[in-house]
Design a protein around this ligand. Structure first.
Ligand code: FES
Ligand SMILES: [Fe+2]
Length: 391
């Protein structure tokens, strides 16, 4: 799919904003009580009703290209296996053996013809069916049908593997992603390679997430890094349901404006950041890849875990390319740890101390305002489709 028209559309809107000193924005200021970030009951509802129900990005096509390739992860305490079956589909299962519950596969990636539990060697095929009970006559009569691994909802779209953590709680992934799906498909992530991953910890997951959709802090918090090329508060905002696409103007945007649209190179003059609700930020660009971050609640409300994934059209092949990748990943790690999360940690301390009764989101913090509308919606026990927030 050709993205040039969409790119030019975002660019023209940013050019107008840059010339006129404006930005896409909300109608007014909103306030969220400090407790919204601190209350263990609110946090538990987010874990149960959002993270345990909605499709979560847990893997990449790049990791599971061949049949038998698997990835085993533990997400918020839930052990999950994703495996590509011989029919080409990726399926997901709880990584808990039907015999006595051991983890069938060690966390990480690998390839196997059958999944064999290390404890007593029961074996499952690539569809999670129990195919071998070790020393079966001595085990006793067991109808193995229906004794397979517990399957989880799983879908592969646009190079991304989504898994629901509650068995039987199916979400129509195409309807859920809506207009974000063609956006993601246009990036051609399915052809990219996962080149590196690293993880960080910080405060509450919503405090961390706030930093990914806020274009207000770029000049003040990142003056020598992201702020060296990107402006603060010159933004476009588009959304499909809870998923957002935010365009950030670069300092050179008015130079790019002087070029005829046909002479522009995709991504010149702007950065586009996309989010997939509830916890994914895609700082990736057409043709070059970039950073996809997964944010998860940690074991308690004041903690969260971020996994940074670096994807590119191809893996580094030469020592120079390896070194370039390492420089990029080190830089992004340092920016997020030393600039964003070091500050987010002080937000946690500030709110916990009771220093302020609520936090404020200005008109340009539209992405944050919408994010919290959608968190409120999906935190409901029964989100009412008739009451979906505005996108
Ligand atoms: S727990 Fe897996 S074979 Fe016994
Ligand atoms: Fe930031």
């Amino acid at each position: 799919m050709d993205y040039a028209d969409t790119y030019n559309h975002i660019l023209e809107r940013l050019i107008t904003h840059a010339r006129e000193g404006t930005t896409d924005s909300a109608e007014g200021i909103t306030r969220m009580p400090a407790d919204y970030y601190l209350d263990p009951d609110i946090w538990q509802r987010e874990v149960d009703n959002i993270f345990k129900r909605l499709p979560l990005l847990l893997g990449f096509t790049s990791e599971l290209r061949d049949s038998g390739q698997y990835k085993a992860v533990k997400i918020m305490g839930v052990p999950v296996i994703m495996i590509r079956s011989k029919d080409g589909r990726v399926r997901a299962f709880l990584n808990a053996c039907r015999h006595r519950g051991a983890a069938v596969l060690k966390e990480g990636t690998g390839k196997c013809a059958r999944m064999v539990c290390p404890y007593h060697a029961w074996a499952y095929n690539d569809r999670g069916v129990l195919v071998t009970v070790n020393d079966a006559p001595k085990f006793g009569d067991l109808d193995t049908e229906g004794e397979g691994l517990t399957e989880l909802p799983c879908a592969e779209r646009a190079g991304l593997i989504f898994v629901g953590l509650t068995p039987g709680y199916e979400t129509d992934i195409d309807a859920y992603l809506g207009g974000m799906l063609p956006e993601l498909e246009s990036l051609e992530i399915a052809h990219w390679e996962l080149c590196a991953t690293q993880s960080l910890t910080t405060a509450n997951w919503k405090m961390a997430h706030d930093g990914y959709v806020d274009g207000y802090h770029i000049a003040s918090l990142h003056p020598t890094t992201i702020g060296a090329f990107s402006q603060s508060n010159v933004l476009t905002f588009d959304a499909w349901g809870p998923h957002q696409r935010i365009g950030f103007a670069h300092h050179n945007i008015l130079d790019v404006a002087e070029q005829a649209p046909a002479d522009r190179t995709l991504n010149d003059g702007l950065t586009v950041i996309r989010t997939v609700f509830p916890n994914i930020s895609l700082a990736v660009q057409h043709g070059s890849g970039g950073l996809i971050s997964q944010l998860y609640p940690g074991p308690e409300p004041g903690t969260s875990i971020t996994i940074q994934n670096f994807l590119a059209p191809k893996k580094p092949e030469t020592p120079e390319e390896e070194q370039m990748l390492k420089m990029q990943t080190d830089m992004l790690y340092a920016v997020v740890r030393d600039e964003d999360y070091a500050t987010v940690d002080t937000v946690q301390e500030g709110l916990q101390s009771g220093a302020i009764p609520d936090v404020l989101f200005g008109k340009s913090e539209l992405g944050n305002q919408r994010l919290h509308d959608w968190i409120a919606h999906y935190s409901e026990d029964q989100p009412d489709p008739a009451n979906r927030p505005n996108p």
